[in-house]
Write a protein that binds this ligand. Structure first.
Ligand SMILES: [Zn+2]
Length: 463
């Protein structure tokens, strides 16, 4: 669906500008856009294809050539002058609807508050070069619908809707005195009302929760299958949901043509989840080598937000202080974790776990890009954020809202493209990567991102 420049968008743009946020500027829809003289990072290979010409017709890349390409009347020509053309970035672990601190979300917000913030966040994702996000929990389907209807600018959104947790699990966000949803039939927390979490136990209730999320527009399902760093009742070593409960979630998702991914850390929990048919692992830092081999053999995707292995983690106000010791233990596994993922050729995707306060969240993305590149190198990080993440989005199968490949620059792929000053394979900072997180100032527009195109529509062009 094409964005039409409407009064609503113009109003939004001026409002965003007044708030000091660079606003996406959808430009008149052209049937053809030609990028001349660009060096292509294709999302897959550790080199640039130099001196190329790339034609976009409608929402697809239709021609890539090393000789000049002719275009029809009315086509827009963008002179690349040797800049890098690459796929739009993909964040495989966002929480676009969980966009304030847990205290604010719980005590002073409702769905409208979260919705207004979602529109701002969708814009800042797109303006940071992200053309797709895979949302890992929160009522994000409405922003997907608003973006697709052309009401607000933003990336492609793959929502999981509420994450699904057992009682006392990582998604149990109640206070001690609150009634238990499974036992009492009601969930009184504001976060449950806002569609952030379902707390359920037993096969029947897991099935109902999965089907509820699918009804609300989930494209994949997220479960909490192990302890966490920012939750109250579950030590990080705990294993959550029985194999039967996980199988129930997987069955309901697969009956809908899609898959389940799991928040998870330990080998024990990962082996259980993978054996029950889970196709994605969020975090996964505690894995031993045997488990890494199993994950590789089953073709399961892993999303490790590497800031979780960085010193910055201890500055994160959302990480419970009592868990710092367990996290320090976990971080000792970091060098092995990365080495084993690479050695056994696990499908690793880029993700940021951007959650909570808007400024902290946006800076966490820019820091993740920096720190991931420190650990995995620039090429591996870029591949994780483009072609591999694009494959993961396609796992949604029949529930995929979009037709066409994402995360690659090749003929026939969706035209989600960035034109960048410099070569990100050599200098990741041209994509906004920054070495600071909590000490970083509020994010400014990324000036080296010269053109941002999504679905064939140009949202930023500073050339
Ligand atoms: Zn998360």
């Amino acid at each position: 669906m094409k964005i039409v420049v409407s009064m609503a968008i113009l109003w939004l743009i001026s409002s965003l500008s007044m708030m000091g946020t660079a606003a996406a500027e959808p430009q008149a829809v052209n049937t053809e856009v030609l990028f001349t003289d660009v060096n292509i990072f294709d999302g897959k290979n550790n080199r640039l294809h130099t001196g190329q010409h790339v034609l976009v017709s409608g929402n697809k890349i239709t021609k890539i050539s090393d000789v000049p390409v002719s275009v029809g009347e009315g086509a827009v020509v963008v002179d690349g002058s040797g800049r890098t053309l690459m796929p739009g970035l993909i964040d495989a672990h966002s929480h676009i609807a969980v966009n304030a601190s847990p205290t604010e979300m719980e005590s002073s917000m409702d769905l409208a508050d979260a919705g207004i913030r979602m529109t701002l966040k969708a814009n800042n994702y797109l303006m940071d070069g992200f053309t797709a996000i895979r949302d890992m929990g929160g009522h994000a389907a409405p922003i997907h619908r608003a973006i697709e209807a052309g009401l607000v600018p933003g990336p492609r959104v793959y929502s999981s809707e509420a994450f699904i947790s057992q009682t006392s699990g990582h998604g149990d966000l109640r206070h001690y005195g609150d009634p238990n949803p499974t036992l009492s039939g009601v969930d009184v927390t504001n976060l449950a009302r806002m569609g952030v979490t379902h707390v359920v136990d037993g096969r029947a209730r897991v099935l109902a929760a999965v089907r509820q999320s699918l009804m609300q527009g989930a494209t994949q399902i997220k479960i909490m299958a192990g302890g966490g760093g920012a939750s109250k009742y579950d030590p990080i070593d705990t294993t959550q949901f029985t194999e039967d409960e996980i199988r129930a979630a997987v069955q309901a998702a697969e009956d809908w043509g899609t898959y389940v991914t799991a928040h998870i850390f330990t080998s024990k929990a990962i082996q259980r989840a993978v054996n029950a048919g889970v196709k994605g692992l969020e975090h996964g830092f505690f894995m031993d080598e045997e488990t890494v081999k199993l994950v590789a053999k089953r073709g399961v995707y892993v999303m490790p937000q590497m800031w979780g292995m960085s010193p910055e983690l201890f500055k994160n106000p959302y990480v419970t202080k009592s868990k710092h010791g367990a996290i320090r233990e976990m971080q000792k596994n970091a060098p092995n974790f990365v080495k084993w993922l690479m050695k056994h050729k696990v499908k690793v995707v880029f993700g940021t776990d951007d959650v909570g306060d808007m400024v902290i969240g946006q800076n966490s993305r820019r820091y993740e890009l920096f720190y991931r590149a420190e650990v995995f190198g620039n090429f591996e990080t870029l591949k994780q954020a483009t072609s591999v993440a694009g494959e993961l989005l396609a796992l949604t199968g029949l529930r995929n809202p979009y037709e066409g490949k994402q995360g690659v620059v090749e003929e026939g792929a969706l035209a989600d493209l960035l034109l960048v000053d410099g070569n990100p394979l050599e200098d990741i900072s041209v994509l906004g990567a920054q070495s600071e997180w909590f000490s970083a100032p509020p994010p400014e527009p990324i000036e080296t991102l010269r053109v941002i195109m999504k679905d064939g529509v140009v949202y930023k062009n500073t050339l």
